[in-house]
Design a protein around this ligand. Structure first.
Ligand code: ZN
Ligand code: ZN
Ligand code: FE
Length: 748
């Protein structure tokens, strides 16, 4: 963005708004640190994008809220030279307004050209094969520029000066319309119009986009959406939608200013929006008060959705939990049983990049799936680290490598449950190492011995650094917030391998320079059936009941999770529970959520991870209450025990008294926030980090942050790095970096 008056613009705006801080050009782009009241900072972020100089374009705007440091007046700092000439690969950038105007202008030579881009927008990460980022090192290498494009490319005053993926209808990639046998039925604009017509007729169309295939169908057509669900083997997990315009989306959902900024940003993620009177098929997101929606982010999507004029389901082109498909020949094979037609093109995709998912929470962005638009922007560490490869966890896997101070977190890979996913995992590692030209000797992995990622790490290095799962969550949040210790880390999720051989997931750590102390955890209970209990919240409920009431708990036929099992099976489950047969002990907060959802009759079994906890959150959303249940912390540690049993007794009493479910769910969330505050008071650390999949829950996170802040603590949570296992690789990187910083001589 050099030379377009961006820094002076930031300076004037910050001065006008009375903010302190600085702006600087760095090898990573323009960095702004602005200090002031939080509502003014929020409007500063909005105005940065809205009022930027006409020639300036913001490729990507990531922001985080940090602690105030007492900046004097705002200043322009001298540019940062030096440092590694960062192997900075930009993420893929949504179509800019200039390119969109050309595509829609019937007099322009790029009229209706789906691969239009410029130096300010277009594919980057999804087409780069090697560095430096020049055309011969991208998948555009095979397209020779025509004379007109070459002139634009060479003209410093042109928007396409050195725009590596630039193309036009005369020299660039083109669309093709295929049947399921791969027979060419139409090409170019005719292909695009045929795809629109097919979707309008209720067909399922596989569309090759930027970082992979989408499966698209008319979101208003219940029959088409059901067919897509059945063929994709996706029973209940909500589908993402693509809307033709913000205007139409506004009539379907209620959208705040920050959500609007996010939808319309260069990252253009899927944003979880509270739905209003959305005229869409019930099967899109059954029983869900939110819709995941995005706006078109390539000219192809703009043209297709513009022709349609209604929202489409735009779900990843894959089968169940496999990685997204990127190649058209492979797509015929893998998606042939799902899609009825194929809209493809001949620009190869160098690597898969899924759509990112974000929500706005506490007036900030919270990225739940980090991929297109975000990856591979680095998180900067405090100091340079030795080269490290971190292989992440098992679910929602991502990997990361370091180069100097930069920690590059990969795009979302997925659950390492299938052969395809494991292969994608290895491909991403290879491509990252090739791109950044590193082959780290230090390999960090989860402490779980059976994860596919752990096995890979051991194959690479017989003694990898094993980082306990919940400690990695805390470290990820520390890295993202640039926080050193001491602090209290609250790490709540579904499941992670504990250092004592039990399943952890409701953990509190005191973090100092010296390391981690398990300061407190939820009172443990047994999960009958182990892994099976993850898909069956009713099993978690039985574990809770037996822990509280003994065998009589399993006689409570008035409770849905008890009634859900035949008497004979209950007796078997009881024997398993008391003898500890295939019934691991867990301190998991996620399983506590599951058990509670089952007791309230909201979900006895689940079709996808987190479904029961989400049902409990939505249920609590209907009740605005400040009431709490008793949730004492037994000060007999560390580790101290955070005892949910008195709460469970009170919940049973409420159920017996006919208290509305929503009120019980609300009190449950409040009680968890109260228990975190109680542990924070016991620990006495000013800074409290909230991390792990449970903090995707809006009510839990907002309530906990407010209660901690009101009591004088400084709470921190995630923004740009997912609180779920998608952030684990970054935490593993910081674990390795801290080890190296503490002991500089020992690194190889
Ligand atoms: Zn552009
Ligand atoms: Zn051309
Ligand atoms: Fe986790």
């Amino acid at each position: 963005m050099q030379g377009v008056g961006f820094r002076p613009f930031v300076y004037r705006l910050a001065r006008e708004m009375g903010l302190g801080g600085w702006v600087v050009n760095s090898p990573h782009g323009v960095v702004v640190e602005a200090e002031g009241p939080s509502d003014i900072l929020r409007s500063f972020v909005l105005r940065l994008a809205q009022e930027k100089p006409p020639r300036a374009s913001i490729h990507s705007l990531e922001f985080s809220f940090l602690d105030p440091v007492g900046h004097p007046a705002f200043a322009i700092r001298k540019s940062e030279a030096g440092g590694p000439p960062t192997a900075l690969v930009l993420p893929d950038i949504a179509t800019c307004p200039d390119c969109l105007a050309e595509v829609l202008d019937s007099a322009d030579r790029r009229h209706r050209y789906p691969f239009t881009n410029c130096v300010n927008c277009g594919p980057r990460f999804s087409i780069v094969q090697a560095l430096p980022y020049d055309r011969p090192n991208t998948t555009m290498a095979g397209f020779a520029l025509c004379a007109t494009c070459r002139a634009e490319y060479a003209d410093p005053s042109d928007r396409r000066f050195h725009a590596q993926p630039t193309a036009c209808p005369a020299c660039g990639p083109h669309l093709e319309w295929w049947d399921t046998e791969g027979r060419l039925l139409a090409d170019r604009d005719e292909a695009l119009r045929a795809a629109a017509a097919a979707i309008r007729r209720g067909r399922i169309v596989a569309v090759k986009g930027l970082g992979g295939f989408h499966l698209m169908a008319d979101a208003r057509n219940e029959e088409a959406v059901r067919r897509l669900r059945a063929r994709k083997h996706r029973e209940e997990k909500p589908f993402a939608l693509m809307y033709p315009s913000l205007g139409l989306l506004r009539t379907h959902c209620s959208i705040t200013a920050l959500e609007e900024r996010l939808l319309d940003s260069p990252e253009a993620p899927i944003v979880l929006l509270r739905r209003g009177q959305a005229a869409i098929a019930p099967s899109v997101a059954p029983g869900n008060p939110y819709l995941g929606a995005m706006l078109p982010y390539t000219p192809l999507h703009h043209l297709l959705l513009g022709d349609l004029g209604f929202p489409v389901v735009a779900t990843s082109g894959n089968l169940a939990d496999e990685p997204i498909c990127t190649d058209e020949r492979e797509a015929l094979d893998r998606l042939g049983g799902i899609a009825e037609m194929f809209l493809v093109h001949n620009r190869p995709i160098a690597r898969h990049v899924d759509d990112s998912i974000a929500r706005v929470l506490l007036d900030r962005e919270l990225v739940l799936r980090r991929a297109r638009g975000y990856a591979p922007l680095p998180v900067l560490l405090r100091e340079a680290a030795p080269p490290v490869l971190a292989v992440g966890a098992h679910l929602k896997n991502t990997v990361a490598v370091t180069a100097g101070r930069a920690a590059f977190l990969s795009q979302h890979i997925g659950d390492l449950e299938t052969l395809e996913a494991t292969q994608a995992f290895e491909r991403v590692i290879q491509s990252f190492e090739r791109l950044y030209q590193v082959r780290p000797d230090i390999v960090a992995c989860d402490a779980h011995p059976d994860y596919a990622s752990t096995r890979y790490a051991i194959a690479r290095n017989s003694a990898p650094l094993r980082v306990q799962h919940h400690q990695a969550h805390v470290l990820a949040c520390m890295a993202e917030n640039d926080l050193p210790g001491p602090l209290l880390g609250v790490s709540w999720d579904g499941t992670g391998y504990g250092l004592d051989g039990t399943v952890w997931g409701g953990e509190f750590f005191r973090v100092t320079e010296a390391g981690f102390e398990r300061f407190a955890h939820l009172y443990p209970f047994r999960l009958p059936g182990g892994e099976q209990a993850v898909r069956e919240p009713r099993r978690a409920a039985l574990g809770l009941l037996v822990e509280c009431l003994g065998e009589t708990g399993l006689g409570r036929e008035d409770l849905p999770p008890v009634a859900a099992f035949p008497v004979a099976e209950r007796a078997l489950l009881h024997r398993m529970l008391v003898r500890g047969i295939n019934s691991p002990l867990t301190s998991s907060a996620g399983r506590l959520f599951d058990g509670m959802a089952a007791l309230l009759g909201l979900r006895l079994t689940t079709a996808f991870e987190g479904q029961a906890a989400m049902a409990l959150e939505w249920c609590a959303d209907e009740a605005r209450t400040d009431e709490v249940y008793p949730f004492p912390v037994a000060a007999a540690g560390p580790p101290h025990l955070v005892d949910w049993r008195p709460m469970l007794h009170a919940v049973l009493a409420d159920l017996a008294a006919g208290t509305p479910t929503a009120l019980i769910a609300g009190k449950f969330h409040n009680s968890l926030a109260e228990s975190i505050l109680a542990v924070a008071q016991l620990a006495g650390e000013a800074k409290v980090v909230l991390t792990g999949g449970c903090f995707q829950n809006r009510i839990l996170t907002e309530r906990t942050v407010h209660r901690l802040a009101a009591a004088g603590f400084a709470p921190y949570w995630h923004q740009r790095v997912p609180p779920n296992d998608g952030g684990i690789a970054l935490g593993q990187i910081l674990a390795a970096a801290r080890a190296a910083w503490a002991n500089p001589d020992s690194s190889p």
